[in-house]
Design a protein around this ligand. Structure first.
Ligand SMILES: C[S@@+](CC[C@H](N)C(=O)[O-])C[C@H]1O[C@@H](n2cnc3c(N)ncnc32)[C@H](O)[C@@H]1O
Length: 310
């Protein structure tokens, strides 16, 4: 009874209800909450402390950023289910949050527009190389695929290395500059079954259960909502399909945020596991990969996800 009263008291205040509503959409830093709510940092921190103590919210630190997320509990779910998202004040917050997220994404968009021409060189520096590509191919064995989707395809390198393993491949990216290079790469290599298409990988113009192989190579750490990409991959996956994710293991290299537009400092196995559990996926395999430039704890991981319905 005491815990319930504490939670209801914590949620029963306008600013804290706005925070809870915002966290139903994204994991947010205190800075983002300050700019959303238009209140001072100490005030926002006081509200967060009450939500944390009531067990409605939890926080996790990643380098110098601290993210807040909703707790996975029945109580949190019950309270957030009562929120009317059409409420005018909450709708206004949601629009403002959308603008904050667009601005965050712009940093990465600008980075890729500026680096598109050099990407095939830069990508080796920031966590991609031949060893990793070989390991990805090894993991799929001799299986061939009908329809592959490469999410965040960039210059199309991953499409290129899987080109003879799938009857049809579509690489999606939000950067026109990257896509232009991917298209000319496919044309030059005579890969007429491979396409590069414009699309936001959290909402792709592709039908449900239409891909039996989905690759997400060094993309998730650029996103505010990597979880939304996993949800989208789940929607697109056929029942017997595979999702291959390559990204950094958890690390502390802040310079990747400031110099290379990363948002997330890698991912722990437990986080991938958590996304799987929430999406009817199973984590079939995880593997630390050798990276040519693997220094100071900057490790690259490969994760393979499968649909649970299989
Ligand atoms: C680090 S590059 C990786 C490219 C490619 N997978 C590779 O390994 O060479 C990340 C790519 O993700 C794309 N990207 C980031 N956010 C995206 C989004 N929301 N929708 C589509 N593409 C996105 C960027 O434009 C960029 O080309």
């Amino acid at each position: 009874m005491y815990q319930l009263i504490k939670a209801l008291k914590a949620a029963g205040e306008p600013t804290r209800l706005r925070i809870l509503t915002a966290l139903t959409q994204y994991e947010l830093t205190v800075t983002e909450l300050v700019s959303l709510l238009g209140q001072s940092q100490p005030r926002v921190s006081r509200h967060l402390k009450l939500l944390l103590e009531a067990g409605l919210v939890s926080r996790f630190q990643e380098g110098s950023w601290v993210f807040q997320r909703l707790n996975e509990s029945n109580l949190t779910a019950q309270i957030t289910r009562m929120i009317d998202l059409h409420d005018p004040a909450l709708k206004k917050d949601s629009d403002r949050l959308g603008r904050i997220k667009v601005e965050n994404a712009r940093l990465a968009t600008d980075y890729f527009a500026a680096n598109a021409g050099d990407w095939d060189q830069v990508r080796n520096m920031v966590g991609s190389d031949e060893n990793i590509e070989v390991a990805m191919l090894e993991q799929i064995g001799d299986r061939n695929f009908q329809s592959m989707i490469d999410m965040g395809t960039g210059t199309g390198r991953i499409v290129e290395i899987f080109a003879n393993r799938a009857a049809k491949i579509t690489g999606y990216d939000s950067s026109q500059e990257m896509l232009k290079l991917a298209r000319s790469k496919f044309e030059q290599a005579g890969l007429s079954h491979c396409q590069a298409r414009l699309g936001d990988i959290t909402a792709l113009p592709a039908t449900d259960a239409s891909a039996d192989l989905i690759t997400i190579h060094q993309v998730l750490h650029y996103l505010d909502s990597p979880f939304a990409v996993i949800e989208e991959a789940r929607r697109l996956l056929t029942p017997d399909g595979l999702i291959l994710i390559v990204d950094f293991a958890k690390h502390q290299h802040e310079f990747l945020r400031t110099e290379h537009a990363h948002r997330r400092l890698g991912f722990a196995n437990s986080e991938i596991q958590f996304w799987c559990e929430n999406n009817q996926l199973s984590l079939e395999h995880s593997q630390k990969l050798t990276h040519n430039d693997s220094r100071d704890g900057l490790d690259v991981m490969l994760w393979i996800l499968k649909s649970k319905s299989k």
